[in-house]
Design a protein. Structure first.
Ligand SMILES: N[C@@H](CCC(=O)N[C@@H](CS)C(=O)NCC(=O)O)C(=O)O
Length: 232
């Protein structure tokens, strides 16, 4: 039985599932999909995912989209440890669900829009960075970081309790996207959030760094990219 995984490591939810597969030693056939080359718009890929998005899991013909659904499916299928996504404690499970629902419009939306406005859109559309918009999203990211500190991480080391869960993997993969565009000060200046990120990273190594090689490389190239964008 083959588990095939379609992903692009520049995609935050793709990295979350990738790290999760690795950390739990789940064997899979990697199917990299290069979003920058538009491979997700090919007819072949649309047969896998008509939404033209990554990530996608193909479990012997059972196709599943949406990182949250994929993570929950993997926990159940491989009977993974309770802390990733609680089974017996209904309220603990609901708390993880609560974060995963919250993050779509918060950690993910705000960080992804900032990243998009600094890099993806100016590059793809050959137009200068809209600095007013960037400032708006910086403010939004700061608000999200404050919520992480004052709500999710209030009195606990991980987003949903005393132990790491899938929520932490999703959350850190969204925030770290900002490192690629030199905006990491937005979360690093918050000591509670920074300590949480360090804690989560440590638990996910060496897979965290492996999954983020492309993010780190983008960061190295960002000063040059920024110079090019300034000339548009
Ligand atoms: N809610 C989805 C989001 C999937 C998604 O937005 N993927 C992005 C990459 S992060 C994508 O494939 N974008 C391609 C495009 O918009 O053209 C999940 O969590 O899996």
């Amino acid at each position: 039985m083959v588990l095939r995984y379609f992903y692009d490591l520049m995609s935050q939810p793709s990295r979350a599932v990738y790290i999760f597969l690795k950390i739990n030693k789940i064997p899979f056939e990697p199917k990299a999909v290069a979003l920058r080359k538009g491979e997700h718009y090919s007819d072949e890929y649309k047969k896998v995912n008509p939404f033209s998005l990554v990530p996608v899991l193909d479990d012997n013909g059972f196709i599943l989209t949406e990182s949250v659904a994929i993570l929950k499916y993997l926990v159940a299928k491989y009977n993974l440890p309770e802390h990733w996504y609680p089974k017996t404690n209904l309220q603990a499970q609901a708390r993880v669900d609560e974060y995963m629902n919250w993050q779509h419009w918060n950690t993910r939306l705000k960080s992804a829009y900032l990243f998009r406005n600094l890099l993806i859109e100016p590059k793809a559309l050959s137009r200068p960075v809209d600095w007013d918009k960037v400032e708006q999203f910086r403010t939004e990211v700061k608000k999200t970081v404050k919520f992480l500190e004052n709500v999710w991480l209030k009195d606990q080391p991980f987003l949903c309790g005393q132990e790491i869960s899938v929520a932490d993997i999703l959350g850190i993969c969204e925030l770290i996207q900002l490192y690629a565009v030199n905006e990491e000060y937005l979360y690093e200046e918050n000591s509670v959030v920074k300590a949480w990120m360090d804690r989560v990273k440590e638990r996910l190594q060496p897979h965290f760094d492996e999954a983020h090689k492309l993010t780190y490389r983008t960061r190295e190239m960002y000063p040059m990219i920024k110079e090019q964008l300034a000339k548009l």
